[in-house]
Design a protein around this ligand. Structure first.
Ligand code: GRF
Length: 224
């Protein structure tokens, strides 16, 4: 049998890159249907760049501060890098920068993000504190396609995390992060396997997703 080609990923980060690491680890499994061809950051000192380099992946940074021509010009340069890398899918993993509408259009249906809340609740920043302040009993994380409106776009997967007595934003963030590390590689696998589709209303269906996939994502919930 011929070698099956893998989905090529460009992962965009701004910080420590623990989600990037989860994706790197997933890609190390021989049967995982995706590979990272580029790690990119808008911060020269993003810890995730080193994680990429250690894994033998091309890692590049272009500081956004002071970039001539503003956001559009910056995003055009980022797009060029991604194109040159041959990536099929752009994965935002803690990329703390608003992307321009033309960037979203350029990568339409090939651009995903992870956000540490159960969207559409708690968009934007400081979401763990916002969830605690609202007194919700369950928080979580969402992987979604990116549209011009921030933290919106078709929802592909979510994981639910209970809010526990004594939680502060840091503790809750850690518990949610552990689920982020599970669902992001899972969603990338689904996309690579061609099982994810979006209808005209923006509702996502994952074809032939075994019940076990969902049970694994929401371990607290009974399957069925
Ligand atoms: C994650 O909580 C992610 O949901 C948010 O930014 C954080 C990035 O963390 N968008 P890391 O850099 O992957 O550790």
């Amino acid at each position: 049998m011929g070698k099956v080609s893998k989905l090529k990923l460009a992962v965009l980060i701004s910080g420590g890159g623990s989600n990037l690491q989860a994706i790197i680890d997933a890609c190390n499994a021989a049967d995982y249907p995706a590979e990272i061809v580029l790690v990119f950051s808008n911060q020269l000192d993003a810890g995730g760049l080193e994680r990429g380099r250690k894994a033998g992946i091309r890692a590049e940074a272009i500081p956004h501060k002071g970039y001539p021509g503003g956001r559009e010009a910056y995003d055009a340069a980022v797009s060029t890098l991604i194109e040159e890398s041959g990536a099929d899918l752009v994965v935002l993993a803690g990329y703390l920068r608003l992307v321009s509408e033309s960037f979203v259009t350029r990568w339409k249906d090939r651009l995903i993000n992870i956000h540490p809340s159960l969207l559409p609740s708690f968009k934007g920043l400081h979401v763990h504190q916002a969830a605690l302040d609202a007194g919700v009993k369950f928080a979580g994380c969402t992987v979604h396609y990116v549209v011009p409106e921030v933290d919106s776009g078709p929802i592909i997967a979510q994981a639910v995390v209970p809010v526990l007595p004594g939680d502060d934003a840091g503790k809750l963030a850690q518990r949610i992060l552990r689920q982020e590390h599970r669902i992001y590689p899972q969603v990338i696998r689904w996309i690579a396997e061609g099982r994810v589709s979006v209808d005209a209303k923006g509702i996502v269906t994952v074809a032939d997703a075994p019940q076990a996939d969902f049970a694994e994502i929401n371990p607290a919930l009974e399957p069925g």
